[in-house]
Design a protein around this ligand. Structure first.
Ligand code: ZN
Length: 137
C-alpha cells in the first residue's frame, strides 16, 4: 500500500468565500502514483470548511448565504466575548473540516458537479492549509 501526503496553501480575500481547489487536489492524486484507494482532504482549521459541490457563481453565493443564515454572526455567542468568530467555528463543526473521496484508475472519482471547495468563514486569511493524504495501491 502507498501513502502519499502533501499540503498546499490558499489565500482568501473576503470574510466568507468559496475557493475551488479541485485542480490542486487532482494534481496531488496524480503525483501520488496511487491507482485505486482513497483521498483524505483535510483542513487543519476550526473556522474554514472543506466540501464538494458545483462551481457555479450563483450556487456559491447561495452556499454562503445559507451558511450566513444558519450560522449568523454576533448572535450572542459566548466565544465572541474573546474572539469575534463563533459563527465560523460553528459552521466548521456542523459542515465539516474533512472530505474523503475515492481514487479510481489514478483519478479522483468525483461527480461531474463535484468540485472540491474550501469555504472560508473567517477571512481574509493569507494562508489557509489543505492537507491531502492519498492511500491505496
Ligand atoms: Zn475563535
Amino acid at each position: 500500500m502507498k501513502v502519499h501526503v502533501e499540503e498546499f496553501h490558499v489565500s482568501t480575500k473576503a470574510r466568507e468565500e468559496v475557493v475551488v481547489v479541485t485542480d490542486k487536489v487532482e494534481s496531488i492524486v496524480a503525483r501520488s502514483g496511487v491507482r485505486n484507494g482513497i483521498a483524505l482532504i483535510y483542513v487543519p482549521h476550526a473556522t474554514a470548511i472543506i466540501t464538494a459541490n458545483e462551481n457555479e457563481p450563483g450556487l456559491k453565493e447561495d452556499i454562503l448565504n445559507k451558511l450566513r443564515s444558519l450560522f449568523p454572526r454576533g448572535a450572542g455567542y459566548r466565544h465572541d466575548e474573546i474572539d469575534d468568530n463563533a459563527n465560523a467555528h460553528l459552521a466548521n463543526l456542523f459542515v465539516g473540516f474533512h472530505l474523503v473521496m475515492p481514487v479510481v484508475d489514478g483519478r479522483l472519482r468525483r461527480g461531474t458537479w463535484q468540485e472540491v471547495m474550501l469555504v472560508e468563514m473567517d477571512g481574509p486569511r493569507s494562508r489557509r492549509s489543505v492537507i491531502v493524504v492519498v492511500l491505496g495501491e
